[in-house]
Design a protein around this ligand. Structure first.
Ligand SMILES: [Zn+2]
Length: 405
């Protein structure tokens, strides 16, 4: 069924207009004999003028029509188109049904236009299933000719709500179309449903006057808007969303910056603590840090031992004795002292039994000589390398002294 047919002589005839859009009356095409020469605009098949039981006027294809887009459209669809056209007129626009674009590239269910010629808006009644791709292609074709579009459906969920601006409508009890979903507002950082029942004429007045705009939302939307991406909203809410998102982003940036500063502070604190702690593990390992201290101390001590040994060797050499110890304490004596002392005897106990092997009188070494020899012995035991060095140095000195000058 259709509201539009083409009369053989008058041209386009519109069933919903009182003068049929061409200065004629409905009785001139309805139930006349012979039948009025009406044909379908789409398929050129003959059409008849019909009045439904509830008084709606329309055109229907004569029997045997080919497959025609208009023939397949439902009464429901036609009624919605009619309602949209009426609402557009109430909103102060010119409204035409089933308008074709240049070269037939598009067809608008209702083409609403500014009486002053400033704008044209296609009002599309979409009740049958259509894919998102098809609907965006249709929208793009119309837009190319300067015609924006508003899609209407009475369905709860349509698969194309992502790609085109649309409104959900229902027929009010007292007649007339009401927009029940699609208007939104942005009060507290999220999108909410707008007014729940706005007469279609009021809604269209807002659309035509740019008091609401189709807005692709970015912020969160509360049910039932969570699934809708394009909303009708006053421009100020769209601006509020932009400001809100900018504020969120700035907040996030500040948070990131604070986090970065805190991490930097923590890192510095950790490094400072590490630096302070650094000597401790080394102190716990004397092999490393204390080594330097002991090494310095030992060097002095070694030098002393070397000097003392050299002195002893020199004295002995001058006396024709090649032993390393002071003349009165021999190695045998020292070993006797060490052995007996290890058994628990005191140096005083041992002293009388020691006999100096040289000299005329058999006499014992003094206690102080024995203690001095013991002390020297302990040192050489602790630093055998110092003694070895002293012997080597002494040998070298003697070698040089003997060589010819
Ligand atoms: Zn047709």
């Amino acid at each position: 069924m259709a509201f539009r047919a083409v009369h053989a002589r008058w041209g386009p005839v519109l069933a919903h207009l009182p003068d049929l859009g061409c200065g004629r009356d409905w009785p001139e095409v309805w139930r006349v004999r012979p039948r009025a020469p009406l044909r379908c605009d789409e398929c050129n098949h003959p059409m008849h003028a019909i009045v439904s039981r509830n008084g709606m006027r329309f055109f229907a294809h004569a029997p045997g029509a080919p497959k025609c887009a208009l023939a397949q459209e439902s009464a429901e669809h036609h009624l919605l188109k009619l309602e949209l056209a009426a609402a557009a007129r109430d909103a102060g626009a010119h409204a035409e049904l089933e308008v074709r674009g240049p070269d037939d590239v598009w067809r608008a269910d209702v083409l609403a236009s500014d009486p002053a010629g400033a704008w044209r808006v296609a009002l599309e009644a979409q009740l049958s299933p259509i894919t998102a791709d098809d609907i965006s292609a249709r929208t793009a074709r119309m837009l190319k000719d300067g015609v924006s579009s508003v899609w209407f459906s009475d369905r709860v969920r349509v698969p194309w709500f992502v790609v085109v601006p649309w409104a959900r409508v229902r027929t009010a009890e007292r007649g007339g179309l009401v927009v029940i979903e699609g208007l939104s507002r942005f009060p507290n950082g999220h999108w909410e449903q707008g007014p729940p029942a706005v007469p279609a004429a009021e809604f269209l007045r807002w659309v035509f006057g740019d008091r609401v705009v189709a807005h692709q939302r970015r912020a969160a939307g509360r049910s039932p808007l969570a699934a809708r991406h394009i909303l009708w909203t006053p421009p100020r809410y769209a601006e509020l969303e932009v400001a809100h998102l900018a504020e969120l982003e700035a907040k996030e940036r500040r948070k990131q910056e604070e986090l970065r500063l805190r991490q930097e502070k923590d890192r510095i604190a950790l490094e400072t603590r590490r630096a302070a702690l650094l000597p401790v593990p080394q102190l716990l390992r004397p092999g490393r840090l204390l080594f330097g201290f002991f090494a310095a101390m030992a060097e002095t001590e070694l030098e002393n031992i070397r000097e003392a040994t050299l002195e002893g060797l020199d004295t002995a050499a001058r006396k024709g004795n090649h032993g390393g110890w002071p003349p009165f304490i021999t190695d045998d004596m020292l070993h006797t002292v060490l052995r007996r002392r290890a058994n628990g005897e005191t140096v005083e106990d041992i002293q009388p039994d020691l006999i100096i092997p040289i000299g005329k009188r058999r006499q014992s070494p003094s206690l102080s000589s024995i203690y001095r020899a013991l002390a020297e012995h302990e040192k050489t035991q602790a630093y055998p390398e110092a003694v070895a060095t002293a012997h080597a140095d002494f040998a070298a000195v003697q070698q040089r002294d003997r060589s010819p000058k």
